[in-house]
Design a protein. Structure first.
Length: 546
């Protein structure tokens, strides 16, 4: 089986924050899990280096768009590596191959009569002397009355045309733009209405998408699809490969999603492989992103794939709800955010991964609380999992000279561990990550209870065979937890792999055999509770939120 996993492309115009991680982290869980199963996996993403957000940031800082893109792309890569993300290809949209592939797809859409040109009205700023990209226009959403950008209202999720905004203003200078005519290419989305209705209906019936993806997609379809412009009057982006339109660029909403395909081609080129392995009807695909990206993955990308006869259409859409911070909406503009480069300086990557998975906004908004984060680390990672490992392996060092004893694994616990591979695997494949990690920590807690009930510190004096069985059972459970938790907590799993001298991690039962332990070390260290108030104060000092 081949599995394609696409993580949403982040605009390279600012640092990563935990809201991004909350949406993207499960892509790595999926990739690690399927690799442990021995499946062919291609896990791709990249930095979105084209379009308006980068141009705005560059203008604000008085540098070129490339300087901004380089800065944040390199930061993204560094953060993802430190967090253990295992991308097969993490690239960028200003890569020459991406430009080439996007232009090829554009020409194929044109050849298949999926595009047409028309003169349209577009906002023009006299002060800046330029047509404004949709995100350069801000105002009031005509649908719900909230503040909105020209392309989409984040409050009600409605896709917008900037000329529809009330009280329009130029994001750069603040002046009111006028409306002028310009010619652009449009994609015939309206003609795909019936096909996309069938596609979404089938996804709903099969239960492979998150509920928010189904609900939002159905809403768009009920309202009726409209043809959308696929070119823009911008200098930063992929050029339209058609005579007379060379000064225009391909609109980012179509260009960015094609990045999944171009990244697979880049991977294939760099590894002398064939991307067709991951672009056929037998492939299972997962698209991992936040709620605000749903229509681009459930409507736009399927429309492009259908139009160029490319398989597979998105099998699973893994779309999280929003993450708040200390019960307040995350706001990068007001600096009410927890930045990934900062949190990585102080806390273990597995601690970050655990909390964001165990408390993810899978079906409703969730909150990041410093108190819950630190208590979660101390009670679950250190107090439960770390305690089970440390007390067991230190016992082996003290009473068995560092070599695990010959013993019989408890039948009941072994049966439960064996069943966990199928149970947890099914939950991961069904994108129910919170339930999966919850079930695994239930095994951790029950294993600690088993250790306490058996009292090996007494058994070693009174019942040596029983003690050997107890320790053998606990070591067996730990070795299997290292594999079962590997997709979620890779760093602690790797340390356990070294301590227990596990030669290869697999998604199958690790049998028990006596082994001489490598150096036993703590998986986790306690976080001082004083950090809670310190972190909250740091957060408040950096913002103007009262």
């Amino acid at each position: 089986m081949s599995v394609f996993i696409g993580g949403a492309w982040l605009y390279a115009n600012g640092s990563l924050h935990i809201g991004h991680l909350s949406s993207l982290l499960t892509g790595d869980v999926l990739a690690r899990y399927f690799r442990l199963k021995g499946e062919d996996v291609l896990y791709v993403s990249g930095s979105d280096c084209n379009g308006t957000p980068i141009a705005i940031k560059a203008k604000q800082e008085g540098v070129s768009p490339k300087e901004i893109a380089d800065k944040y792309h390199n930061e993204f890569k560094d953060c993802f590596e430190k967090l253990g993300f295992t991308f097969d290809c993490y690239t960028r949209t200003d890569h020459s191959l991406h430009h080439q592939v996007v232009q090829e797809v554009f020409l194929e859409l044109l050849k298949k009569d999926k595009l047409y040109t028309k003169v349209e009205s577009q906002c023009f700023c006299k002060t800046c002397n330029q047509f404004l990209a949709d995100r350069y226009v801000e105002g009031i959403c005509p649908n719900c009355g909230a503040e909105a950008r020209g392309d989409q209202c984040d409050y009600c999720s409605k896709l917008l045309n900037p000329i529809e905004l009330i009280q329009k203003r130029c994001r750069t200078c603040g002046d009111s733009p006028i409306v002028e005519s310009t010619e652009h290419f449009y994609m015939k989305l309206r003609a795909l209405q019936e096909e996309l209705e069938c596609f979404v209906s089938r996804a709903k019936k099969e239960g492979l998408w998150r509920d928010n993806a189904i609900q939002l997609s159905e809403r768009y379809l009920r309202e009726g699809l409209v043809d959308r412009a696929v070119s823009r009057d911008l200098s930063n982006g992929v050029r339209v490969p058609v005579k007379g339109f060379e000064n225009k660029t391909i609109y980012v909403w179509i260009e960015a999603v094609i990045g999944y395909y171009s990244a697979s081609k880049q991977w294939a080129k760099e590894h002398q492989a064939d991307e067709v392995l991951f672009w056929n009807k037998e492939t299972i695909s997962y698209y991992v992103h936040g709620k605000d990206n749903i229509p681009f993955h459930s409507i736009i990308w399927p429309a492009i794939l259908k139009s160029i006869d490319k398989q597979p259409l998105p099998t699973h859409i893994v779309s999280n709800e929003f993450l708040t911070i200390e019960q307040k909406k995350l706001s990068t503009s007001r600096n009410w955010a927890i930045w990934v480069p900062d949190i990585l300086k102080t806390y273990q990557p597995d601690s970050i991964r655990y909390f964001l998975i165990a408390n993810a906004p899978e079906s409703r908004d969730a909150d990041f609380s410093w108190r819950e984060f630190i208590y979660s680390h101390n009670s679950e990672l250190l107090g439960a999992y770390g305690n089970l490992v440390n007390r067991t392996l230190k016992f082996v060092e003290k009473y068995y000279g560092g070599t695990t004893p010959k013993g019989k694994v408890d039948t009941k616990l072994r049966k439960r561990v064996c069943a966990a591979y199928d149970e947890i695997g099914a939950l991961i494949e069904d994108t129910k990550f919170k339930l999966a990690i919850e079930a695994l920590f239930s095994i951790v807690r029950d294993s600690n209870k088993y250790f306490d009930e058996k009292k090996p510190w007494n058994q070693i004096k009174e019942d040596e065979i029983g003690c050997a069985n107890t320790i053998a059972t606990c070591v067996y459970t730990i070795a299997n937890l290292a594999q079962l938790l590997n997709p979620f907590l890779p760093f602690s799993s790797q340390r356990l792999q070294r301590m227990l001298r596990i030669s290869e991690m697999k998604w199958m039962e690790a049998s028990y055999n006596p082994v001489s332990l490598s150096k036993v070390e703590l998986l986790f260290e306690k976080i001082d509770l004083d950090r809670i108030d310190e972190e909250i104060e740091i957060l408040r000092r950096g913002t103007d939120i009262e």
